[in-house]
Design a protein around this ligand. Structure first.
Ligand SMILES: Nc1ncnc2c1ncn2[C@@H]1O[C@H](COP(=O)(O)OP(=O)(O)OP(=O)(O)O)[C@@H](O)[C@H]1O
Length: 846
């Protein structure tokens, strides 16, 4: 019944035969006739045969004659390919279709890498085969579903065949185009195309609706995979499909694939770059911080002018609670970007940044990739909080991993160990914050632009409290300004007596405590009001109700109002109410009290927490002894013991203390008149050296200033030990800026004169008595102002830094700029310190 045979490629026929036999069981009446050429296989270990057939032609079943033991049917041959070449030439439309088809086929093949042998062979095949055979051949090679294949088989007329196959070719071409677009940046472009090319034609899973994802991955998602050239990771889909769900690896693979799908590979928000609006928003959100806001606006302006700015990473450095994090949040808000904060404090494992390799049990991606997953876009603002507190451990250096993240030249190719695929971080805007630059690794510091954010003055704090903190706290506690009022005088009271900070975080907390206390009163008041109303109503009805609750109760200790009546609104917090709520003041200014003895001076220190005033105390003792301490003591405790001994020794005569007691003084031989200098207060090396410098300078200038030791000798250390102490003893201190304070303190000790109680100072000294400039002037001056001091002695070369000081602080303080120690001492003592100017010597013996 088969009258004309045409040779069709065996591959296609084998597929169609299989389809017909296995899947369809005759629901399809059109099939392919084929000649079995070879049968290879065996029955062991289980039957496995490969059938090689040569295709002949399409046929249609007319009637099934019998089904067993094998189906026999009467069929009719459908295609007569020998007629087709003629038809192609005579019918214009068919000729055009065939030409179009050929062009698409060539285009598709040319998009592949011709260096792959299979592709080159295909190209040759395309030219050598008759045009009418191409639709069947290409359908069997390109990615098509079984359903689509059967549709082509059904297309008997050549015209239908071309028409049905062209869309399949176009779909494949578009897929490849998208793929190539995304990979054009990559260096290893060609290699990957070849791998991909081979897969497009022969690989198991590509574009197409029938993806083996158990219905959970849609076509578009797989498409995204595809175009993002992570084609090889589709491999995991196969693995997942084959794995039993109980296998631990199933969850791992699934999590991994879910992360791949959830990551915002090419999803971003559109930047809103309106500098005027940004300025208004920054001003509305933050009071003061002019320098920081100015720099942030400059940065945003440059971004507006130049897209894809590979700009510096901004790093805000300043004490805690000065608003660094919240400015970062405002930047995201002005740009209309997502905001994500990554806390780096205490991170000491580089896999925190870069993720674990998937071979680890419990492996996870790093914080960067996790953050991207959380925000769901690839251009968020990432705030790297506390970069100065990164640790180091055996698990690697997280700072080194951050280098890659922050380097605009490298971060378009950031590879997380877990993901193992490069992710482009170049669209992410990184802002870092730190309390100090001292502990930021140098390489990291080099990649960032540091913007100092100094602490606030008292006036600024009051403004911030009233503009931002109080409204925020009221809102958080469900209160209104009609219920609670905090006058500026009370805010100042909180700032000076209950907080000691450069920022406003404690102030915020104290305001929160006030709101909580008032919330209780307001809630109780409402409760009572309701009860009173009910009581009134009952009374009106003639009934009388007695309840313990209606007994009058005082509000707090202040007894401001009884609880029988609701408190009068608004509740005004004065200084008395403040004491009731927050307890007795935590900080009192004890400056003048502590300066009531010679040998004490106030220095100005800069710490990561802001500026602070620092007392330097000195005492001297006759003779030399040794103190043995046992009992596994820590450094601070040992220093305390030294302090105690020093105090007792210098007060021994006053209290009639002798050396026959419990403490063991072992007399040591005197070293040629050299005294001993004891330094306590957890000092760093630089500070210890400053103390030695100060002593040396004073010894060499002892005659000039009439400085003597306890026995009246100008050799200050002769038979004399000196103890210098820097409270608070448990806080580590270092740096050269205490030099002038140490000199002043010792000058006071050896002269027996009191240092002015309203003066603080800072400056490095040299052996020749020069005063060198130091850093952190603004914070230090603000600390002196906070402490209520009146005069600040600064190195002359720091005069320029005074410009940064707010006008009101400058007005309250008098500044003395000194270039040498002579000037420092003259300004630190009443009536100056020069030898001539000094009145009769005070007896300096203690
Ligand atoms: N100038 C300001 N104007 C308004 N609010 C401010 C200002 N400065 C700080 N705040 C508020 O103070 C609080 C603490 O600020 P934030 O958390 O940003 O401090 P930080 O400098 O990042 O501190 P840390 O270094 O501890 O992270 C926030 O509620 C913030 O809104």
């Amino acid at each position: 019944m088969l009258t004309a045979f045409a040779r069709t490629p065996p591959l296609q026929l084998a597929e169609v035969l299989c389809l017909l036999c296995e899947k369809t069981r005759w629901p399809h009446l059109i099939g392919t006739a084929a000649l079995a050429v070879q049968v290879v296989g065996s029955n062991w270990p289980k039957p496995h045969y490969t059938l090689l057939v040569t295709g002949l032609c399409r046929f249609q079943i007319v009637q099934v004659l019998k089904e067993k033991p094998y189906p026999v049917a009467q069929v009719e041959q459908l295609d007569r390919l020998e007629e087709f070449p003629g038809a192609l030439q005579t019918r214009e439309e068919l000729g055009e279709l065939s030409e179009q088809f050929y062009k698409y086929a060539v285009q598709l093949v040319e998009m592949l890498d011709m260096s792959v042998p299979a592709v080159a062979k295909l190209r040759r095949l395309l030219d050598s085969l008759p045009r009418e055979a191409l639709p069947d051949i290409l359908t069997s090679i390109i990615r098509t579903s079984n359903k689509e294949k059967l549709q082509i088989l059904d297309a008997v007329s050549l015209e239908d065949r071309f028409k049905a196959t062209i869309p399949l070719l176009v779909r494949q071409i578009e897929g490849l185009k998208l793929l190539q677009k995304t990979r054009k940046h990559k260096q290893d472009d060609e290699k990957r195309v070849s791998v991909l090319g081979a897969r497009v034609f022969r690989g198991p899973v590509f574009l197409g609706p029938e993806v083996p994802w158990g219905g959970q991955l849609g076509f578009s998602v797989l498409m995204e995979f595809f175009i993002l050239e992570h084609v090889c990771y589709v491999f995991f889909l196969h693995r997942l499909k084959k794995m039993p769900q109980s296998m631990p690896e199933y969850a791992l693979t699934r999590n991994y694939l879910e992360l791949m799908v959830e990551l915002p590979w090419n999803k971003s928000t559109t930047d809103r770059l309106d500098i005027r609006a940004a300025r208004v928003l920054l001003d509305n959100d933050h009071y003061a911080m002019e320098k920081l806001k100015k720099r942030v606006l400059e940065y945003l302006a440059v971004r507006q002018l130049k897209n894809n700015l590979k700009g510096p990473i901004l790093c805000f450095v300043g004490p805690p609670g000065v608003g660094k994090t919240s400015v970062g949040r405002s930047v995201a808000k002005t740009l209309g970007r997502e905001f994500h904060r990554i806390a780096l404090g205490g991170v000491c494992d580089q896999s925190d940044i870069r993720g674990h390799r998937r071979t680890y049990v419990g492996s996870m991606p790093g914080r960067i990739i996790n953050g991207l997953k959380t925000v769901g876009v690839n251009n968020p603002v990432f705030l790297l909080d506390e970069v100065d507190k990164l640790g180091k451990s055996l698990q690697g250096d997280p700072a080194a991993a951050l280098l890659e993240v922050l380097d605009p030249e490298q971060n378009h190719n950031f590879t997380d160990h877990y993901l193992n695929v490069a992710f482009d971080l170049s669209q992410v805007l990184f802002i870092a914050t730190a309390n100090t630059t001292a502990t930021i690794p140098a390489a990291l510091l080099d990649r960032m632009e540091i913007i100092q954010v100094p602490g606030y003055t008292q006036e600024e704090k009051i403004e911030i409290a009233h503009r931002h903190l109080i409204p925020k706290q009221l809102d958080q506690h469900g209160l209104t300004p009609q219920q609670l009022q905090i006058p500026p005088a009370t805010t100042l009271g909180i700032i000076t007596r209950y907080t000691r900070e450069a920022g406003v975080r404690s102030l915020d907390r104290k305001l929160g405590a006030i709101c909580r206390a008032v919330a209780v009163k307001v809630a109780e008041g409402q409760h009572r009001e309701a009860k009173l109303e009910r009581a009134d109503a009952t009374e009106a009805e003639g009934g009388r109700e007695h309840s313990e609750d209606t007994e009058p109760q005082p509000i707090g200790d202040s007894g401001a109002a009884g609880l029988a009546l609701p408190p009068e609104m608004p509740i005004l917090i004065d200084l008395h109410a403040l004491k009731d709520i927050l307890g007795p003041p935590m900080y009192e200014m004890e400056v003048s009290e502590r300066l009531s003895q010679p040998g004490v001076a106030i220095g100005l220190a800069w710490t990561p927490l802001g500026g602070e005033i620092m007392f330097v105390e000195a005492s001297r003792m006759d003779g030399e002894g040794q103190l043995t301490l046992t009992g596994q003591l820590g450094d601070v405790m040992k220093e305390s013991a030294h302090l105690a001994i020093s105090w007792l020794r210098s007060n021994a005569k006053k209290y009639h203390l002798t050396n026959g007691g419990e403490i063991m003084f072992v007399e040591a031989s005197r070293m040629d008149g050299e005294g001993q200098l004891t330094l306590t207060g957890q000092l760093g090396d630089v500070m210890k050296e400053s103390a030695h410098l100060a002593i040396s300078w004073l010894r060499s200038n002892a005659k000039k200033y009439h400085l003597t030791n306890a026995s009246g000798s100008f050799d200050l250390l002769d038979n004399t030990d000196i103890h210098l102490h820097f409270p608070a003893g448990a806080v580590t201190k270092d740096g050269p800026s205490a030099g002038v304070t140490i000199v002043t303190c010792l000058a006071s000790l050896f002269s027996g004169r009191l240092v002015r109680s309203d003066v603080a100072m800072t400056g490095e000294i040299t052996l020749r008595g020069l005063v060198l400039p130091v850093g952190g002037i603004k914070d230090k001056v603000l600390a002196a102002h906070r402490a209520g001091l009146k005069r600040v002695i600064l190195p002359q070369r720091n005069e320029k830094d005074l410009e940064e000081i707010p006008g009101n602080v400058r007005r309250d303080l008098s500044f003395v700029t000194a270039s040498c120690l002579d000037e420092v001492l003259n300004a630190a003592f009443d009536g100056g310190f020069s030898a001539k100017a000094r009145p009769g010597l005070l007896n300096s013996k203690l």
